[in-house]
Design a protein around this ligand. Structure first.
Ligand code: 16G
Ligand code: ZN
Length: 550
């Protein structure tokens, strides 16, 4: 009976296009764009089923983030705006691996039964579609639509060219019955930023604030979007380079957050003329950001201010607001306990972790991948997570928001204009500025800018919060990357046995040595990370560990 709700002709017409099988990894399905059509079609089916199952709006984003322009990918956003629930990933894989249309239909039928997905009832499915600026995006978006159409009762709404975080934000807001257009997004970001700036204490405003920011938009979707956003901003001078305009360069080619973070080198279009200014790089779909300043030594190398330092800046600011809030006010002390948690991965520079712990913060680790960090951060009233690569955000829990709002109401009637009230207002502004669905370069950079102004800090001052330990990353090609199994947030190798002992043995030779290996979730390689008190030490530790992997 379910079969009649599936448009079979589409299934058949898309199947023959299949040239390669993909797995739904940490980044969804990702690969060479010309091979993806059939897989994206199946992702459309998945998204429709997910929406039918939950009765809520779901998102589907066509992007390959920081990967080359010839690649593309597809990711599904759950009704919360976060990544698709991990329980459904095996189903995504099985759809992708289905050998023929008959099997595909069979898999859908079985899964729908198991999950009690209501076909043909009053329930309807709604899927918001978005894509980045890749030339292959249009064709793939059509394939996703076909997949959605194959599930009768589902409606695809094309939201056009968007950053990944914009689409996730829209899905989340739609399900909260809040305004969710692109204009609403820009308006909320700009007004929240304005509130934060307006709440800066007069004493920090004595010098002339350095309001000039130069953005490297990776020749991606972030370029146009940040230009639109900056029209609504006052007091911030944003210059956008590598904006994606024809002739300006190729998407992600020697530009963007991934390049700058890995190479510690200025992106194309940046050089000696930028010495002394504050620069920020976005990645191709604008869900990551890293700051940098070009060094005067050669006008090319950079002092990198990565995700760990952005995290540290955010943590410092939030902690300060909580301290102000809990300060005694005359004889009236108002206890307002807040559980603040910091979530990192093993890639976080050891110096950042030490710094955060010195601040007295609760720091925990998860495996690599936004879904793990996000899930962990949700366990706190305020959870801040970042990957060193620049993906992260600040989550305010659903239970905590009403508490914060009623505290704000209380303070505005009891002690209007007090420092405590301002601290609460700042936290509220952060909660609307920073994307609650996923990491978002645009909202992230506005928060950085507001905090730097609040503290009266230059990028140098920020960068000096702590000194990164020298580190090295290598990758090793292996026959089967899944032969390596890790535990303890990827810091300990379980299999093959004996390997962890060898890593320990090598690591012990270096002061401040730390090293781990993990199978990549996006490439057919084992990644090696090493850290030590000197660059030579980090390099040779990484080499030594890599040799044991080989
Ligand atoms: C994906 C992840 C990113 C992670 C990276 C690691 C999401 C949305 N993205 O891009 O968080 O840092 O993979 O790649 O989860 P790797 O497994 O190849 O090292
Ligand atoms: Zn990205």
């Amino acid at each position: 009976p379910i079969l009649c709700f599936i448009e079979r002709s589409d299934l058949f017409c898309f199947f023959y296009l299949e040239k390669k099988k993909f797995l739904y990894g940490t980044a969804g399905f990702r690969g060479e764009a010309s091979m993806l059509e059939s897989t994206v079609f199946k992702a459309g089916i998945m998204a429709a089923l997910r929406s039918l199952k939950t009765g809520l709006v779901v998102g589907l984003m066509i992007t390959a983030s920081h990967n080359p322009v010839s690649d593309n990918g597809v990711k599904i956003a759950d009704p919360s705006g976060g990544m698709m629930t991990q329980d459904w990933e095996p189903f995504a894989d099985s759809l992708a691996l289905a050998p023929d249309p008959e099997h595909l239909v069979e898999l859908i039928v079985q899964f729908a039964k198991k999950e009690n997905i209501p076909f043909g009832g009053t329930q309807s499915a709604e899927i918001l579609l978005g894509r980045d600026t890749r030339p292959s995006g249009e064709v793939l978006l059509e394939a996703a639509k076909k997949g959605i159409d194959a599930i009768i009762g589902s409606v695809a709404i094309n939201m056009g060219i968007l950053t990944t975080p914009q689409l996730h934000w829209m899905v989340r807001r739609r399900n909260m019955e809040m305004k969710a257009s692109e204009f609403d997004y820009f308006a909320l970001l700009s007004t929240s930023y304005r509130s934060l700036v307006d709440l800066i204490p007069a004493k920090t405003l004595t010098g002339t604030p350095d309001v000039k920011l130069t953005v490297d938009a990776a020749n991606g979707v972030g370029g146009e979007k940040i230009k639109e956003l900056s029209k609504l901003l006052t007091g911030l001078e944003i210059e956008v380079r590598n904006s994606g305009k024809v002739g300006e360069g190729t998407l992600n080619e020697k530009v963007g957050a991934d390049y700058v973070q890995k190479e510690k080198f200025a992106p194309l279009g940046f050089g000696p003329r930028d010495v002394g200014t504050r620069c920020v790089s976005l990645d191709g779909d604008a869900d990551r950001l890293v700051y940098f300043r070009v060094l005067p030594t050669d006008g090319r190398s950079v002092d990198l201010v990565d995700g760990d330092k952005i995290l540290s800046l955010f943590a410092l600011f939030i902690k300060e607001q909580l301290t102000i809030l809990n300060k005694e006010n005359g004889n009236e002390s108002s206890e307002f306990p807040v559980k603040l948690g910091i979530v990192q991965t093993a890639y976080a520079n050891g110096a950042s972790t030490e710094y955060l712990k010195q601040l007295g913060l609760d720091v925990v680790f998860t495996p690599t991948g936004v879904k793990y960090l996000h899930e962990k951060a949700l366990e706190y009233d305020i959870g801040i997570y970042f990957e060193a690569n620049g993906h992260g955000t600040i989550l305010f829990s659903e239970a905590f928001m009403p508490r914060l709002e009623s505290k704000s109401a209380e303070l505005s009637s009891v002690t209007p204009g007090s420092e405590q009230q301002k601290a609460v207002l700042r936290l509220l502004a952060v909660s609307t500025l920073i994307n609650q669905a996923v990491g978002d370069a645009l909202s992230g950079l506005l928060l950085v800018e507001a905090i730097l102004q609040y503290l009266g800090w230059s990028i140098e001052r920020w960068s000096e919060l702590y000194r990164d330990l020298p580190s090295r990353q290598l990758k090793v090609s292996v026959a089967d990357r899944n032969a390596i199994v890790t535990t303890n947030a990827e810091t300990t190798v379980l299999k093959p046995s004996g390997l962890q002992e060898l890593i320990n043995y090598e690591t012990a030779k270096y002061p401040k040595g730390r090293s781990f290996i993990r199978p990549s979730g996006t490439e057919d390689v084992i990644r090696v990370y090493a850290e030590a008190s000197t660059q030579e030490g980090a390099d040779s530790l990484a080499q030594a560990v890599a040799q044991h992997v080989d």
